[in-house]
Design a protein around this ligand. Structure first.
Ligand code: FCB
Length: 449
């Protein structure tokens, strides 16, 4: 790939109202897995099981954000980042998933919110970033239709305690990833497998997204309410009709299945026939209850996928050809570095009727080296710059995009990858919890100044 000259990048080119931020998630940073009355989440249980996480890593301490939050908030300030996205751990607020409320959890998030506001940083809360209370998983988790009311109950508590100060909310993070990895493939918590678990979880999560958003709207009428979707630019491996059809099915699964019902378009069953099985779980009024008019949609894009037809892969009849097999530059996650994906995704999602689009995650994992107190992560710096350039290109072409949040503030616990995949603007030594701002962080700081 030719290097793009991004030296001309300037914040003002994005407009005065463009939102700049950084994103995190509770389980990936907090640690303090049982502090102050917190209950277990499905990720606490999953990480304690042998062989689930690379190198046997766990998140008992993670980045110790629970205790060192003030230091990290000071760092956000130092980096001139005006918006901080973090998630609330449901089992900290409600250890068993439903009432009673744990005051220890409420106190903790109050401290975070107050500290952010005191520093002039706007809090953006994600209500669900994958850490379902384990007690609810025992009852079937997202495969149980009652999950919709469990979730609404939890959302109401968060709105009640934090809604006086927090304006910006995201209901659910990347439903397609946690249902696909956690309920179909079994490689993420809770480790369930199979099409039945997957489709049930899909439908209940989609219902819960709309139900949670409505709850927020009722309880905090002036809230800025969004939800986030993972998305990826899809290309066929060849121009053969089979590969083109396969690419269309993968595009339907990864980019359309979760957002279209929310937008009032129903599930895209015609383009992905396996979704017809959802009809077993869709009750009479459901289709009317799936839609919600969000103030913004958060898109999270990291790469593109190249797709080949394959009769061997059930339900989807398609295979993703990895970056390694294609011999292209990739990150530590094995994800191809392909900045134009962001442009294509923005173009695609602009064809929907969406009020505002914010890129709520984008970033890269590379093997960073701490040397003489410095981390020269030039690849990450370029990754971010090149993606910002694609945003500018999209804006020039008239596509709506209102903000950009980097994933992530610090290196953290990257789910099944453990601590190997480092995404931070700030390096973490996980033995000492020492933070070091990387070159990418320093560049972002100067860019935002
Ligand atoms: C997204 C997740 C986030 C992080 C990044 C790398 O899918 O939302 O928690 O793991 O990927």
């Amino acid at each position: 790939m030719n290097k793009v000259d991004t030296s001309f990048l300037h914040k003002d080119q994005f407009g005065q109202d463009f939102l700049w931020g950084v994103s995190t998630a509770a389980f990936q940073i907090e640690g303090a897995h049982d502090a102050d009355g917190k209950g277990s989440s499905i990720w606490d249980v999953f990480t304690s099981q042998k062989g689930k996480i690379k190198n046997g890593h766990h998140a008992l301490t993670a980045c110790d954000f629970y205790n060192s939050y003030q230091n990290d908030i000071d760092l956000i300030n130092e980096l001139n980042i005006p918006n901080f996205r973090f998630s609330i751990s449901w089992p900290r607020i409600m250890p068993t998933g439903t009432h009673p409320v744990n005051q220890g959890g409420i106190d903790y998030y109050n401290k975070i919110i107050d500290s952010l506001l005191a520093s002039g940083i706007e809090p953006w809360i994600t209500l669900y970033h994958w850490d379902l209370p384990h007690d609810l998983e025992v009852k079937g988790g997202w495969t149980n239709r009652e999950s919709v009311s469990w979730f609404s109950e939890y959302v109401a508590v968060c709105a009640q305690y934090f809604g006086d100060r927090v304006k910006n909310w995201m209901v659910i993070n990347e439903p397609s990833v946690f249902t696909g990895a956690g309920y179909f493939l079994g490689i993420h918590a809770p480790g369930k497998k199979g099409i039945t678990n997957y489709l049930k979880a899909m439908h209940h999560v989609t219902l819960a997204t709309a139900a949670g958003a409505k709850k927020l709207r009722n309880l905090i009428p002036d809230a800025n309410i969004g939800t986030t979707f993972s998305c990826t630019h899809i290309e066929p491996f060849s121009q053969s009709p089979k590969d083109i059809e396969a690419a269309k099915r993968v595009d339907t699964l990864l980019n359309r299945t979760f957002i279209e019902p929310i937008l009032g378009l129903g599930y895209p069953q015609a383009d992905l026939p396996v979704l017809k099985k959802l009809n077993n779980y869709i009750l009479e009024d459901d289709l009317n209850n799936l839609a919600f008019e969000f103030d913004f949609i958060g898109l999270q894009c990291y790469t593109r996928e190249v797709v080949k037809s394959s009769l061997l892969i059930p339900y989807i009849g398609a295979e993703l050809i990895s970056a390694e097999k294609r011999n292209v530059i990739a990150t530590d996650m094995g994800w191809e570095v392909y900045p134009p994906a962001l442009y294509h995704v923005l173009k695609k999602f602009n064809s929907y009727n969406i009020k505002k689009i914010i890129i709520t995650e984008n970033g890269a994992a590379f093997p960073d080296i701490l040397k003489n107190g410095k981390v020269y992560d030039i690849k990450r710096t370029h990754y971010i710059q090149d993606h910002l350039e694609q945003i500018l290109k999209a804006k020039k072409d008239g596509y709506n995009v209102d903000g950009y949040f980097v994933w992530s503030l610090t290196d953290n616990f990257e789910w099944a990858e453990g601590y190997n995949a480092r995404f931070g603007l700030i390096h973490v030594d996980f033995d000492t919890q020492q933070r070091t701002i990387k070159h990418s962080g320093l560049w972002f700081r100067d860019f935002l100044s």
